[in-house]
Design a protein around this ligand. Structure first.
Ligand code: ZN
Length: 269
């Protein structure tokens, strides 16, 4: 009888271990594209920022656009000022309930309740998540900022609009990022519950003029037809937040700049 219980305990432990393992795999797969959203991810393959699964090999992964002609990020050099470009209309709430923060092994991603959105040319795009790249992915005349924040939005037709915020180091304390810094998940596949209100508007720079072009998600599946809006003015993020992110994200979690292939970069006034 005792032996029976022992065997049962061993089997139970094995089942539990397998379940936990599956759960962590599921989490990784479900958020495998940091620029994409959780719900629609499936059939995704393993990728990294270096080595055999690194960016040079992303296009070898099945069913993706990583080898396409309109990829991101890019180096922003020659731009055209365009008076007809309207400002982005931000409808971010003063208080958004942040559900949790995920370390998906590629980036740190904040997930929150729906309700924040932007309007671009009369079209509404919901804010789905925001995450970090260190150093920045886009470069401006060859200059790479220490950090780039991607605010990922999607409209009802499934089209992406990503608002990109460059960040430089702030030697002073910074309330906004001290708040976010408190919840950073230390290891890959860790999730930290937040359940706290946050004013996402505080992440945006005061001057909201931007560069805009058509590109892609910067991680597999590198989906194209993404409209990019890159603020010209960087924000300041506390050195502690930047240092903490560096410790917990893959080193240099940015993709190298891609060919323009004739694309034009426009600049709002
Ligand atoms: Zn990104």
């Amino acid at each position: 009888m005792k032996k029976g219980i022992k065997i049962f305990a061993v089997i139970a432990a094995l089942v539990l271990a397998t379940a936990c393992n599956n759960k962590s795999k599921e989490t990784e797969q479900s958020v495998t594209s940091s620029d994409s959203t959780k719900t629609e991810e499936h059939h995704k393959k393993h990728w990294e920022y270096e080595g055999e699964a690194g960016p040079d090999h992303w296009s070898e992964i099945d069913q993706n656009d990583c080898g396409g002609k309109t990829q991101s990020p890019i180096d922003i050099v020659e731009t055209e000022k365009d008076k007809t470009i309207k400002p982005i209309d931000f409808h971010y709430n003063q208080k958004t309930k942040i559900h949790d923060v995920v370390n998906n092994g590629h980036t740190i991603q904040f997930d929150f309740e729906p309700g924040d959105y932007i309007v671009i040319n009369g079209d509404q795009y919901e804010l789905k998540q925001f995450h970090f790249h260190e150093s920045a992915e886009h470069t401006i005349k060859g200059v790479r900022y220490p950090l780039e924040i991607h605010m990922v939005h999607k409209n009802k037709d499934g089209k992406f609009a990503v608002v990109s915020i460059m960040a430089q180091e702030d030697k002073k304390s910074n309330e906004t990022f001290e708040f976010l810094d408190k919840y950073l998940p230390k290891k890959a596949n860790d999730t930290v519950k937040v359940n706290n209100d946050f004013n996402i508007n505080k992440v945006l720079p005061q001057n909201r003029s931007f560069y805009t072009y058509t590109g892609s998600l910067t991680t597999p599946p590198c989906t194209e037809s993404v409209q990019w809006f890159i603020f010209k003015t960087p924000i300041e993020v506390s050195i502690k937040m930047i240092t903490d992110l560096k410790k917990i994200m893959p080193l240099n979690n940015f993709r190298n700049v891609q060919e323009l292939n004739g694309r034009k970069i426009k600049e709002s006034i």
